[in-house]
Ligand binder design. Structure first.
Ligand SMILES: [Zn+2]
Ligand SMILES: [Zn+2]
Length: 405
């Protein structure tokens, strides 16, 4: 159970005059009945719960001034606020010279001189921390990304420059004067004969041009059909959530102050600092708490099954033409005297396929290039040992420009 201070306030003590036994209020330093000064032996009585709180500013000033001192000359109480003894008129200065630094004086100095020193040093430390936070981190935070960005950009530029230089080196053509060293040609001919074929199969697999078809419907396998429920079974699941196992639960509620009492500290100047201290107490409340329970329900679950139904398609017998190779011949040579094979086609039922390949090799004394002419008229421009100016690049492509005289 925690304690808390509800409020703080000041109360006034009393003291009893040893000469006439009159009870005086703490605000007076001389007896209000016989006028004899209050002496230190006439101690203050503890405050009574019934005594009133002090609110007037003058009395509060007295209450906060610190403990009274004792006059060394006459033994009367002197308020800390006063420099001169109200009883014998001895000054505070004389008092200090007589006894040197007494306890009250050093207390006074500590409380007034040391406190500003402390706060100032705390303040200057905080100011240094503030400077560090404001100036140093931003330098690191903003400079490193800049340097990294510059390096990345530089690296990118160098890489791009290298790539561009490589492309130029590879693809930009240059001219060379060369000599035709060797030439080569080859001509292939294939003779095809139109041939009637007969076949049968599913319509979806038939070739494009057929004739004399005769078809019938046949079963070509099966497929899934008539979907229906199967393998049905009951499945249990939780349903109908409802409260169950309900019971009352007690808990602390309505926190409030209790066992309040007064605690006072004597300031040794006719006043006491008091506070009202209370415990925190709780009432006992209760609430209803329940679990959530479920019933067990069940539902029917089924798989989907299929029957197997036959698939029907057209099965056909049909005729079609093919052009198989029945004869082939090749000629080749290493000069410009190109002569095709003598193989030829006769009539509409024969067909001749021909393919030609030409090759010209250049040499400039240290490098060689190969040019592949598209047709015979291009090929015949390159008699061996003639000189040519060609354009080329480092991928090996060749563009013949013109012969040299
Ligand atoms: Zn008195
Ligand atoms: Zn005195």
């Amino acid at each position: 159970m925690g304690q808390r201070v509800r409020r703080r306030y000041v109360k006034e003590n009393t003291w009893r005059c040893s000469s006439c036994h009159h009870e005086n209020l703490g605000r007076h330093t001389d007896c209000q009945n016989c006028h004899s000064p209050k002496e230190t032996e006439e101690t203050y009585n503890p405050v009574k719960p019934s005594s009133a709180e002090i609110t007037s500013p003058e009395l509060l000033k007295l209450a906060r001034a610190g403990a009274n001192r004792t006059c060394l000359y006459c033994g009367a109480d002197i308020r800390k606020l006063n420099d001169i003894c109200t009883n014998c008129a001895a000054t505070r200065h004389e008092h200090r010279e007589e006894i040197g630094a007494d306890a009250t004086e050093s207390d006074f100095r500590n409380s007034t001189v040391s406190a500003p020193d402390l706060t100032e040093s705390i303040g200057s430390n905080r100011r240094n921390d503030g400077d560090g936070n404001d100036s140093l981190p931003p330098i690191h935070r903003f400079n490193w990304p800049n340097l990294r960005t510059v390096l990345i950009v530089l690296g990118g530029l160098v890489t791009m420059g290298g790539l561009i230089w490589l492309c130029v080196w590879l693809f930009v053509p240059y001219e060379v004067d060369v000599t035709v060293t060797t030439v080569h040609w080859q001509i292939d001919r294939a003779l095809r004969q139109k041939t009637l074929r007969h076949d049968s199969g599913w319509r979806s697999d038939m070739p494009a041009a057929t004739f004399n078809e005769s078809c019938e419907t046949r079963q070509n396998g099966t497929e899934n059909c008539n979907p229906h429920d199967c393998n049905c079974h009951e499945v249990n699941y939780d349903c109908d959530p409802h409260d169950c196992n309900c019971h009352e639960v007690n808990y602390d509620c309505d926190p409030h102050d209790c066992n309040c009492h007064e605690v006072c500290h004597d300031n040794s100047n006719g006043f006491s600092d008091c506070s009202e201290v209370c415990d925190t107490c709780y009432n006992t409340c209760s609430r209803r708490e329940c679990d959530t329970c479920y019933n067990t329900c069940s539902r029917r679950e089924c798989d989907t099954c299929y029957d197997q139904c036959p698939v029907y398609e057209e099965w056909c017998s049909y005729n079609f033409y093919e052009w198989p190779v029945v004869d082939q011949a090749s000629t080749s040579g290493s000069d410009l005297n190109v002569s095709p094979p003598t193989l030829t086609a006769h009539g509409l039922d024969q067909r001749l396929d021909q393919s030609e390949r030409y090759e010209v090799n250049f040499d400039d004394g240290s490098n060689t290039w190969t040019h592949r002419p598209e047709n015979l008229s291009d090929f015949s421009r390159f008699p061996p040992t003639t000189r040519w100016r060609i354009k080329t690049n480092r991928t090996g492509r060749v563009w013949p420009l013109h012969p040299l005289n």
